[in-house]
Ligand binder design. Structure first.
Ligand code: NAD
Ligand code: LMR
Length: 330
């Protein structure tokens, strides 16, 4: 593993609403020496243009771009070969966002194919890299892509669902309710990343514990529905992009710091044995080998214990939906 400051990262879907600001924040991470960005030639902004723009930052990071022209017949693997070779981390915000009235699960059919072509290429060209999947529905896409790695004999714990935005939101909302310093708040958010599978553990944080009992349920619901809050406010023009880019950069920074030997802990969704479900989001410590420790859930309040049952019920079906949507091994 290279020393701190020498990592290569690829962002797939880099011209999109999340992809552009995420690429910007990653290019500014002092651990990143090279950023490869990838998108389709049909993207709203040519990925070469995004790269030209990013390459003018007064930072050491070298930026390269890779566009897949659908007319040319080039496969994702052909275009991604150079982008992915030597990568330590691949972030995937490629995919379709939801519109008002849709659930994240409605995106499975279209987004699983997009995730699959990118993850297949990762398996070929950077099988040791951590793959951070932002593409929805995270609850189903991650189990499917982990299964794809498992079938190839690769480490399925390299496939990680990015749920950091749920933590970011819970922290901000607890700050608003309690007035506690926002940088001192760290609410673990466990379970999954859709509706009632999102379970903030307010009882495990000093400020979270002080939320008045009569406000807890509404706060819990607000964290669950925060994505829909943005989808509704954007009125058909997409979902959270800027807050997601912020959260994705926080996740990327934790992974890269860990690889550089400075262990960091974030909540993330991956193959797990902390509950009877095969996939779950919980606190995860990243270190030089990637995922070093998947932490137990810890003590729960009565409200959280009850909610955990609802989480498991919905998440179980969504995990199965993802694995069932993966085409059989060829
Ligand atoms: P967007 O439409 O603005 O951008 C998506 C980008 O992906 C586009 O540039 C598009 O050209 C590209 N793309 C599409 N198909 C591709 C393919 N086959 N190969 C490479 N690139 C491809 O969407 P967005 O708002 O950036 O959202 C992207 C995804 O992230 C959505 O699925 C959304 O639901 C999800 N999301 C997840 C979270 C989370 O917390 N995990 C938060 C917000 C959004
Ligand atoms: C979010 O939580 O903002 C994302 O998952 C996007 C969405 O569809 O809500």
């Amino acid at each position: 593993m290279p020393a701190a400051g020498n990592f290569k990262v690829c962002v797939c879907g880099a011209s999109g609403g999340i992809g552009q600001p995420l690429s910007m924040l990653i290019a500014m991470d002092s651990n990143v020496a090279e950023l490869a960005i990838y998108d389709l030639s049909t993207a709203p902004v040519p990925v070469q243009g995004v790269a030209a723009d990013l390459s003018h930052f007064e930072r050491k990071c070298k930026v390269t771009s890779y566009a897949r022209d659908l007319q040319s017949g080039a496969t994702p693997s052909e275009v991604l070969k150079e982008a992915l070779t030597g990568c330590h981390l691949v972030m995937v915000p490629a995919g379709v966002p939801r519109k008002p009235g849709m659930d994240r699960a409605d995106l499975l059919k279209v987004n699983i194919g997009i995730a699959q072509e990118i993850v297949e290429a990762c398996a070929k060209f950077c099988p040791d890299a951590i793959v951070g999947l932002i593409v929805n529905p995270v609850n189903s896409v991650v189990p499917a892509m982990a299964e794809l790695y498992r079938r190839k004999g690769l480490d399925s714990k390299k496939i990680i669902g990015v749920t950091t935005l749920d933590v970011v939101r819970a922290n901000k909302f607890v700050h608003e309710v309690t007035g506690a310093a926002v940088d001192q708040i760290n609410i673990p958010v466990i379970g999954g990343h859709a509706g009632s599978t999102i379970l903030p553990l307010f009882s495990q944080d000093a400020a979270g514990k002080t939320v008045p009992a009569d406000k807890l349920e509404a706060l819990d619901k607000r964290v669950q529905d925060a994505g829909t809050e943005v989808v509704t406010a954007k009125a058909g023009k997409g979902s959270a992009t800027l807050s997601m880019a912020y959260a994705g950069a926080r996740f990327a920074s934790a992974v890269l710091s860990g690889l550089a030997g400075e262990r960091r802990t974030e909540c993330a969704y991956l193959e797990s044995s902390v509950t009877e479900l095969p996939f779950f989001s919980q606190r995860v410590t990243f270190g030089p080998k990637g995922v070093e420790e998947v932490h137990p859930i810890g003590p729960l309040s009565a409200h959280e214990t009850k909610r955990l049952e609802a989480v498991k019920k919905q998440l179980k079906g969504e995990i199965e939906d993802g694995i069932n949507a993966l085409p059989p091994a060829s």
